[in-house]
Design a protein around this ligand. Structure first.
Ligand code: ZN
Length: 327
């Protein structure tokens, strides 16, 4: 590519029965002078649309002539799930964000992961992976970062980068390596595999799935602009809060009884220990469960689809957090 230009393309993955290509749409922006490469991945989970919109919108606002280094944008890493309005590809129902770095001898989700990561590992100096919570939850924008043990990317670096997204909470996940909050392979997350290779990477969660939220998209676009400035890719000063909240422990809460879960709290609220979070009411009007936590809890996401069965998740809560300041 000539300096100061933009190019559109597709990263090939495979083919459908009909012959249609399975491919990842990509925008390449090459700056006027060499420098670092910021990679924006808009989506790994197909119903999480705000990240797709934010990635596209960010790309539209960048003038290649004003860029030092380069920017690569993949609005979706999971076109099969996007087209299906579902979290996972309907062909194998596997979680793409548990399958990096990917491989090409298994089902299609491994192919998708491999196609993206093959490029990321050689090109990216920094990666942002955009998500939302599922469509059934109410949530305010927050961030998640992980730490690769002994890796060269520090927690301070990641906190600084997440702050540009003004997160309601920056959640540190330390449960990688087999003891996750939920069953699944957290090691296979895109950001974690980047960290393993010394590439700073983290997740931004932009509200609720299957729901276009313009203010969350705008927050993400501005955050990406500030991150670009922080990396020296875009000119100007990044904009960030003086301090953010950092969660060091969090947990999903499940109900024991089925019925209708009626929440009594909202996202970003701090619920004091012992206070009601919500109740499960049967279709015969009987209250069969009252949900309370033993400690003060910050509501990261709370269920708004009331239909619950035994063992269903009703919310994600931070139960330990502190404030982190920046100079
Ligand atoms: Zn997600």
């Amino acid at each position: 590519m000539p300096p100061g230009t933009r190019m559109q393309g597709d990263i090939p993955v495979g083919t459908m029965s009909s012959g249609a290509n399975i491919a990842l749409p990509v925008t390449l922006i090459k700056g006027t002078t060499p420098g670092p490469c910021l990679w924006i991945n808009g989506q790994v989970h197909g119903a999480e649309v705000n990240g797709v919109v934010a990635a596209v919108e960010f790309g539209r606002r960048i003038d290649p002539e004003s860029v030092t280094g380069s920017i690569i944008i993949t609005p979706t890493a999971n076109p099969l799930a996007l087209d299906n309005h579902s979290k996972t590809a309907p062909q194998d129902l596997l979680d793409l964000d548990q399958n990096f770095p990917g491989e090409t001898s298994g089902t299609v989700t491994g192919h998708l992961a491999n196609a993206l990561f093959d490029q990321v590992r050689t090109m990216a100096s920094c990666l942002v992976n955009l998500h939302t919570m599922g469509p059934i939850y109410s949530s305010e924008p927050y961030c998640i970062y992980k730490i690769w043990p002994g890796g060269k990317v520090t927690e301070a670096q990641l906190l600084r980068m997440t702050s540009y997204f003004w997160p309601s909470m920056a959640c540190r996940r330390i449960d990688v390596g087999g003891t996750g909050e939920l069953p699944g392979n957290v090691d296979g997350a895109l950001d974690y595999q980047c960290l393993a290779r010394g590439i700073p990477a983290f997740m931004v969660e932009l509200g609720q799935g299957s729901w276009y939220t313009p203010q969350n998209v705008e927050l993400a676009v501005r955050g990406l602009m500030s991150l670009g400035r922080h990396l020296g890719i875009l000119s100007g000063e990044p904009v960030a809060p003086a301090k953010i909240l950092r969660a060091t422990r969090r947990q999903w809460i499940m109900v024991r009884k089925g019925g209708l879960f009626l929440s009594t709290c909202d996202a970003k609220e701090i619920v004091p220990a012992g206070q009601l979070i919500g109740r499960v009411v049967t279709l015969k009007g009987e209250v069969v469960e009252e949900v309370r936590l033993q400690v003060d809890s910050f509501v990261i996401g709370i269920r708004r689809d009331p239909v619950v069965h035994t063992g269903d998740r009703i919310g994600l809560f931070a139960t330990e957090w502190d404030s982190v300041g920046f100079e």
